[in-house]
Design a protein around this ligand. Structure first.
Ligand SMILES: *Cc1c(COP(=O)(O)O)cnc(C)c1O
Length: 421
């Protein structure tokens, strides 16, 4: 459930008509709903209320400071994958003690940054990383809490580009080698082994891969404890999918996911960490766009929007589907005809949907891409010199621009022509 609904025939974000935001901020623009963000965060909290836990929002899904502040104020921790994301989480008021640092390629500069700034735990993905982290920590006279990311070799049954838990993926340490890697971690100075970490992929719509992976995690926890490691935390990763199509069977709910965690690792007495991104913010955001032209082609019609692949790359990159709906509601039974929905960027990949069944839409009308709050604005670029897409946050009957659209002058001002040219 989200808070983007038709009221009096007009699509609203909570109580704010999207047409008002379009008129005042311009299009394209991302619009997020505070009530939906809050609701989704509280669903995870409820799913884990049987145990000590920390819900670490995966910042890479949506890193706007206002979104991070809203979630941080609700008690969320953060899962960050770069020094930049760490700085964002801190700037949003989240203490280091609630931030976990993930990623396969942490640099020494980033390690120093999070150790000095304060970090709950570093999720380490390889032996060279353990050695580098130990080195940086000892130089700083620190002791860093670490979990080792273990790759359970399960098939997450999701898009290949976002599956991370198979042995052929670059992530984590093969579970068969976990004991020797933990032995190394325990031996290295400046590291304190506190837990086990896993993340098997994104947009999972089935709980079975989780059940398999977490079962292996439970076994590993017992083995490692037997080896003398004080495993107190289990980081279960993120990845729970969301419904991208209104008419499809909905993926499992957070409460059902929490039940799988309880059934697989609930008896170990560990504090549970989860790292949901998409599930919290995906359906809390839409991309609002205006129709530029309806172009009649030979056997195909093209609805050309002012949003493009640089604003929302998921369809081009992951073959992703987003429901596209008119902002002005049509009567039930209104005529629909198939159109290809495209952006103005000069490549064929700039196609949002083929043969979408949409009602007739004229230039100047507005459409909304649903489920665009995750991996939308964060992946936007200025390709084709289109100024970076702005973001708006709605709360009840108010809204705020939480990232303004840069002017063309501002965009140009970032380039430097050397004096010798
Ligand atoms: C991407 C990622 C997540 C979040 O995945 P979602 O599908 O957005 O929930 C969590 N943890 C790690 C380590 C990730 O790389």
């Amino acid at each position: 459930m989200d808070h983007f609904n038709y009221l009096d025939g007009q699509l609203h974000a909570e109580q704010v008509p999207l047409s008002r935001i379009a008129a005042e901020v311009g299009t394209p623009v991302y619009v997020y709903s505070s009530a939906t963000l809050t609701r989704h965060f509280l669903q995870f909290r409820q799913a884990l209320d049987w145990t000590d836990h920390l819900i670490c929002f995966a910042v890479k899904a949506n890193s706007n400071l206002a979104v991070l502040k809203l979630l941080g104020d609700l008690g969320a921790g953060m899962d960050v994958v770069s020094g930049g994301e760490y700085a964002r989480a801190r700037a949003a008021g989240v203490p280091g003690g609630r931030i976990v640092f993930s990623g396969v390629g942490k640099t020494r500069a980033e390690m120093r940054q999070v150790i000095e700034g304060g970090i709950r735990q570093v999720n380490v993905e390889s032996e060279p990383e353990l050695e580098a982290l130990s080195d940086v920590a000892t130089t700083l006279g620190a002791s860093v809490p670490v979990a080792v990311r273990v790759n359970p070799d399960v098939d997450a049954r999701t898009h290949a580009k976002i599956a991370t838990g198979k042995s052929e993926n670059k992530f984590g340490i093969p579970i068969a080698r976990a004991r020797e890697v933990y032995a190394l971690a325990a031996k290295l100075p400046g590291l304190q082994v506190v837990g086990i970490d896993m993340h098997i992929g994104s947009q999972l719509t089935d709980l079975e891969p989780y059940r398999q992976a977490y079962g292996k995690m439970a076994d590993l926890c017992r083995t490692l404890r037997g080896d003398g490691h004080a495993i107190m935390r289990l980081d279960m990763g993120g990845g729970l999918g969301i419904p991208y199509r209104r008419d499809n069977a909905a993926p499992p709910l957070p409460i059902e996911y929490g039940q799988v965690i309880r059934e697989t690792v609930g008896d170990l007495g560990c504090e549970i960490e989860i790292e949901p991104g998409r599930n919290i913010v995906g359906n809390a955001g839409i991309l609002l766009s205006g129709v530029v032209f309806l172009k009649r082609g030979e056997g195909r019609d093209f609805l050309i929007l002012d949003a493009a692949m640089n604003d929302l790359i998921r369809p081009a990159m992951y073959d992703a589907h987003h429901d596209i709906v008119p902002v002005t509601q049509r009567d039930v039974g209104a005529l629909v005809s198939p159109v290809d929905v495209v952006g103005p960027v000069c490549e064929t990949g700039d196609t949002f949907a083929r043969g979408a069944e949409l009602p007739a839409l004229a230039a100047g009308e507005l459409v909304a891409f649903r489920s665009a709050g995750a991996y939308g604005a964060v992946m936007a670029s200025e390709y084709n010199s289109r100024p970076l897409v702005p973001e708006v946050l709605v709360a009840g009957d108010r809204y705020a621009v939480i990232r303004p659209r840069p002017s063309i002058e501002e965009m140009l001002a970032r380039d430097v022509i050397p004096e010798w040219l």
